[in-house]
Design a protein around this ligand. Sequence first.
Ligand SMILES: Nc1ncnc2c1ncn2[C@@H]1O[C@H](COP(=O)(O)OP(=O)(O)OP(=O)(O)O)[C@@H](O)[C@H]1O
Ligand SMILES: [Mg+2]
Length: 398
Amino acid sequence: MGERDINGQNFNVHREQSVARMLMSAQEIAELNVIGTDIAGFTIIAHAIDAAAKIPVDDVASSQVLLVELRQDDPASMQRLVSLCEDVPNGRIIALVRDPSIAVVRLLMRNGLTDVLTLPLMRDELEQVLHQIRDSMQEEAVADHQLGKVVAIIPSVGGVGVTTLVTQAGALQAHRDEDLSREACIIDLDLQFGNAATYLGLNPSLTVADMIEAGPRLDRDMLLAACAKGPLGVRVVAAPPDIMPLEAVSTDQIFNLVDLAAREFRTVFLDLPCNWTNWSLSLIGRTDLIILVIELTVASLRQARRQLNLLASQGLQKVPVMIVANRVQKRLFRTISLADAEQALKHPVHYSIENDFPLLCTAQDQGVLIGDIKSKSKVAKDLVTMLEGCDEMLGRSE
Ligand SMILES: Nc1ncnc2c1ncn2[C@@H]1O[C@H](COP(=O)(O)OP(=O)(O)OP(=O)(O)O)[C@@H](O)[C@H]1O
Ligand SMILES: [Mg+2]
């Protein structure tokens, strides 16, 4: 099991089960009824070994929790435990003792022991301690591992430019993240009509459908194998090649995929389907930022208002929402202004992206970035400004 797996105990992704290993004499093991069972996410394994015998290095290395028998009246047994605590300073070590004396417990705790349990072992006491350990492992995992930020880009109406923003901004973000050694990733969850990969000139053989099908077998290697490398190094997990029913997917499956991606990449952009499903709405609650894409039309504003209402009704207000007006015409041709939009939405419209159909259309038809068609464009500038705003809202601007 790799370090990532240990660090990621708090994530609902597939990983090998953690091991709580009991090192006890054969007669104590004979009294146990927990061997081979799973308790608090730990598989309980026993190794028959005398209370003073040397603890094999392999046992230590292959266990997340060690439960070690101690005979208080045997100095060698006592010394063995003290040495173990010294050798594995951050280990989770529990002493198993018959009638433990307060003096011994104090001494052991001072030496870094995690806890003491009384023999004969009671299942509920073991369960309680293992739960506490599990919780502290999860807290450490969050602190240890800098999780990437998940940004969902959602439409007000179909065709408003979600995939354009996901792909063009995703690639620009990959460029911005370049020096930070963690890449940006796009996951195309528009399971029926997704074309993010096509917009970037990619045609990967593995897609989101394979990740979903893999179920609990989904792991980091599989995710990386599915991540096609696009322009500026952006990683793309493509939508399925065939239209699949939106409801064929479970929330757990999608969460696993997104959690894995967030552990791997600094920024994860999600292209979501226009129609809400249980899983897509649930996923919104797990994101760090929502970009709601509007255009300055009555229909788009109306639907955007409904989207905001829906998010509020589902208790999702805690996720920050950035509103981006796409395809914004030059001032002279606008019938609805940004101020009108803000008034209609009762929400600030944070950024706008210039309307430039020839540029976008050419880039998308060729599967390249707009920068490859035109080195400097207002659209690209607008996208960078939007990404700077994202960093700010994600709390990671310098
Ligand atoms: N800023 C823009 N200026 C001009 N045209 C744009 C702009 N952004 C997107 N478009 C064009 O709008 C069309 C729809 O864009 P896109 O596919 O990104 O929308 P979408 O919201 O993902 O649509 P769907 O609902 O089909 O998934 C494309 O032809 C794209 O080139
Ligand atoms: Mg789209």
